[in-house]
Design a protein around this ligand. Sequence first.
Ligand code: H2U
Ligand code: ZN
Length: 354
Amino acid sequence: MSTVVFEPTEHPHRRRNALNGDWVLVSPHRTKRPWQGQIEKSAQENRPSYDPTCYLCPGNARAGGKQNPQYTSTFVFENDFAALLPDGPRGEVGVGELFQAQAETGTCRVICFSPRHDLTLPLMELSDLRRVVDVWAQQIEELGARPDINYVQIFENKGSIMGSSNPHPHGQIWANYTIPLEPAKEDVQQRAYYDRHSRVLLLDYLTQELEAGVRVVIQNRHWVVVTPYWAVWPFEVLLLPRRHVLALPDLTGDERDALADILKRLTTRYDNLFETSFPYSMGWHGQPTDGQRHPHWQLHAHFYPPLLRSATVKKFMVGYEMLGMPQRDITAEQAADRLRQMSEVHYTMVGDAA
Ligand code: H2U
Ligand code: ZN
């Protein structure tokens, strides 16, 4: 074994995801490789505020024959191609130890964030973002109250690179009987920590991140954005409330306003990074909606963006990550640094009268 002192910006190492128990391989020495590729910008998209062919715009027909109302703020509808169906069998349906299966039921919905086809979260007004926050909370409340729904997963898939089918600002909800894998892993880790320390894992984590400072991207009176110590995606972030909050419906009005603020600031920085409409998958994790209180839980949002070096150079989860484990070159600390340097004026607004 080498006697060289470990240097986190030099030496390959593995970091543990305290929230879900996974590990990531960090290879910081590789960021010293010269990058020869081009830094290209994506062609500036000029979308109309209303697109007659868009299935999410107000008044338009959707696939399957339904028609959208002339909505003026947010609009939620049942997904016409739902991955989960509300009626059906549940429980074990497999055949033996090696062929286990469980029948699943649930509901899928689509949330239009705005009637405006040309907007994205960073370009929306704070009052309209607040409305999106309220809709998220209201949907968790409504769906979570159903006895057949024990977990409500809210997410946004943004950008064609992430498989989003439509640039109209929208998110999705999948709500079902069993708890999906990722929140289930987080449940195990948060519960174990709570049992050991009688403390909330993510609140202790946040305290230590605020003390360290190196991975803190932005903050306001109620929320903090960090690049988590165990981040896998290049500019992955974790959005956390400062207070112990189990789920979105528990947020106060002021916390919701502050959430609108931090969402706008974060997504503006994201877009400014490569002067492009920054793609990502984001989503909320909170306590299960099985009617019990889960004090070990702490509400949070994950943002998983694939872009690495430009509007077109993305990180691929292939090769070693498929067969070995996730790996990253740019460290979480370097990513936080880059995001901290970004302006909070959207690049498309630069030059406009303030
Ligand atoms: P994505 O852009 O993340 O794929 O989400 C769009 C969702 O909208 C997708 O799940 C649904 C698709 O099933 N959809 C409808 O419900 N009705 C339509 O007319 C088209 C798309
Ligand atoms: Zn549209």
